[in-house]
Design a protein around this ligand. Structure first.
Ligand code: 9Z3
Length: 356
């Protein structure tokens, strides 16, 4: 391990973090893309939401072989992005590389693999023909040379409606996607995108659903090469990731509508921790979700009154909670909780814009 005396503080402010940790090499190109996207959305007068999604990693070596990961498949972010698009928003979807994405998430390789709902044309008479037709290039029969692929009848209606929505979004140009892997990528992107979105004022929403590492290894403390085994147990001391929600709310996007997520495994902590976050950062909504029930109920915690007539009590700000729930019984019709979350946030965001 290199000498660690250069940086021995265990708390980084956002400022000292960005002054000492390296900018990702793709940042400038990424931000150029974001800037063009925002310009064209401003021209159309659309509201824009930044959706962050998936988990960040913390590499343990500079030539990274091992890393710590944060839990998140990207379902919350990808699903919410679809509902925001449906509500007419332009969406900047900033997600962990290879995590779920809007639209394609409906055909995820693990839960609904697309190969399972495709069929090879009935012109191929039997499964033995199919076997012998593999690989097709070696099979001289005409049907094998030009096989037709069809979608199973049971899947057609859902696929068609999804495909229509996807094509419409492509034609309107309302979805811009970019990726992060490490917590460092995430922090740099979040800061740079927010600064680009600042010009949208209250028309910008920040929907921070990504699962962000709390601890990291500063570059200056990282081993250059793969940490070697054979020396007994491994001890790593990590530093705290700076809480960038604070500068985001107060400096980067003071007029924006900011929604953060709080993940807990003890349901009793959800509301107190959400309140604590609101008190610390002064943003608009914290959505509390507990790991095991996150798909069926969440709680929206927010300051009780509107910004203009917020009542400051002697012991601080007054809060209100709103639960959003969906039926989790197996016989219940298929619904996604993100639909209700997004509907409620859009209504609150509209009120926020009006007040501004
Ligand atoms: C969340 O709480 C998300 O809802 C989930 C979504 C990660 C649970 P999936 O993608 O999961 O549907 O599998 N995100 C925020 C988690 C987070 O890092 N929060 C921090 C914290 O709780 C910062 S506010 O301290």
């Amino acid at each position: 391990m290199p000498n660690t005396t250069e940086i021995n503080a265990t708390t980084f402010s956002a400022e000292s973090y960005f002054a000492t940790q390296p900018e990702p090499p793709t940042l400038k190109a990424d931000i150029q893309g974001v800037s063009h996207f925002i310009d064209s959305q401003i021209e159309k007068g659309r509201k824009v939401v930044l959706v962050t999604s998936g988990g960040t990693t913390v590499p343990l070596e500079l030539n990274v072989v091992r890393f710590l990961d944060n839990f998140s498949a990207g379902t919350r972010g990808a699903t919410s992005a679809e509902y925001f698009l449906k509500q007419g928003y332009a969406v900047i979807f900033m997600h962990r590389q290879f995590s779920l994405q809007p639209f394609s998430r409906n055909y995820s390789h693990s839960t609904h693999p697309f190969l399972d709902f495709l069929e090879i044309d009935a012109a191929l008479p039997s499964s033995s023909t199919i076997d012998s037709a593999y690989p097709y290039s070696n099979d001289p029969s005409p049907s094998a040379a030009h096989p037709h692929i069809t979608v199973k009848t049971s899947e057609k209606a859902a696929l068609l409606s999804l495909l229509r929505a996807y094509k419409a979004v492509q034609a309107k140009g309302t979805l811009h996607t970019l990726t992060f892997v490490t917590v460092n990528d995430y922090l740099y992107l979040l800061r740079a995108i927010s600064k680009e979105m600042k010009q949208l004022g209250p028309k910008a929403m920040y929907y921070l659903a990504a699962a962000v590492s709390d601890f990291f290894l500063p570059k200056q403390k990282m081993s250059e090469h793969k940490i070697q085994s054979g020396k007994g147990s491994l001890h790593i001391e990590m530093d705290q990731v700076p809480k960038v929600l604070k500068p985001l709310v107060s400096e980067w996007v003071p007029a924006g509508f900011v929604v953060s997520f709080k993940l807990e495994t003890d349901p009793a902590l959800l509301i107190p921790k959400a309140r604590q976050a609101l008190e610390r950062y002064g943003h608009q909504v914290v959505i509390g979700n507990d790991l095991h029930h996150r798909k069926h109920h969440v709680v929206l915690v927010s300051p009780k009154s509107t910004a203009s007539d917020r009542k400051i009590l002697p012991n601080g700000v007054e809060y209100e909670e709103m639960w959003i729930e969906i039926d989790s019984s197996p016989s219940a019709p298929h619904k996604e909780i993100e639909e209700g979350i997004v509907r409620e946030l859009v209504a609150r965001h509209d009120a926020w814009i009006k007040r501004a």
